[in-house]
Design a protein around this ligand. Structure first.
Ligand SMILES: C[S@@+](CC[C@H](N)C(=O)[O-])C[C@H]1O[C@@H](n2cnc3c(N)ncnc32)[C@H](O)[C@@H]1O
Length: 225
């Protein structure tokens, strides 16, 4: 094996190590709440005009989005690789009195990229799941597969510009992506299966211990024809 190939393989392995149950169980086990508990701003914006139905929150973390969706009347399935995170989702949903509107399930995107049955959910949302480029197509096609005809796929992620502007630490080579990567991977366009409703890169202010930062998101909303 060439030295270059070896470096490439070990980088990929390191990136994949950060997508394992062990890594995230430790992260979620280390504190009561890793994230804010509030829903992501983009999810709130992008679901405002949708009629509640069934929703799948992929890589749901502690469930800020899933719980918010359930409160809006959606019947939610929340999946993640971390059982520690899923236990928190179930506990928070119980505390909020909407436990019967949220189901939780284990999902490992790298082991089997399809989180659910084919064409089953009115809304599939995935926020800030950054996978290595070689895994991207399989994972995002698997996730998209769960969207029912007429249903929506909502992808929210960190935009790579954040790295060049120094606003956010780099998640690793190729991990952050622009809307086009999603559109190209899914063949979204005039002849494909998807109507492109949103493909945007909006900026928002994020609070940090050092003061507010401007960060750019990738936001893609597609509707299955
Ligand atoms: C940056 S967090 C985002 C959590 C949540 N979507 C949010 O916006 O707050 C990334 C999430 O992806 C999950 N994750 C990491 N690797 C995964 C994998 N292989 N399969 C499924 N989920 C994974 C982590 O457990 C974590 O909850």
């Amino acid at each position: 094996m060439h030295r270059h190939d070896h470096d490439h393989d070990s980088t990929l392995e390191t990136l994949r190590d950060a997508l394992t149950a062990g890594f995230w169980d430790e992260r979620y086990g280390g504190s009561d709440r890793v994230w804010s508990g509030r829903p992501n701003q983009r999810l709130v914006e992008q679901t405002a005009d949708l009629r509640p139905g069934t929703a799948l929150d992929v890589a749901c973390g502690e469930g800020g989005d899933a719980i918010w969706l359930a409160k809006q009347g959606w019947q939610v399935t929340a999946v993640d690789v971390s059982q520690v995170a899923l236990a928190k989702v179930a506990a928070h949903a119980g505390d909020e009195g909407i436990g019967e509107r949220i189901r939780i399930g284990f999902y490992d995107a790298l082991a089997d990229p399809r989180p659910a049955g084919r064409h089953t959910f009115d809304l599939v949302t995935v926020s800030f799941l950054h996978v290595p480029e070689p895994d991207f197509a399989a994972v995002y096609r698997g996730v998209a597969d769960a969207v029912a005809p007429g249903g929506r796929l909502l992808v929210t992620a960190h935009h790579p510009d954040d790295v060049t502007t120094g606003a956010r630490h780099d998640h690793g080579p190729g991990l952050m992506f622009e809307p086009d990567r999603v559109l190209e991977t899914l063949g979204a366009g005039p002849d494909g299966d998807w109507d492109v409703e949103v493909a945007d890169t909006p900026v928002r202010e994020q609070a940090t211990p050092d003061g507010p930062l401007l960060v750019r998101d990738t936001v893609v909303r597609l509707r299955r024809r």
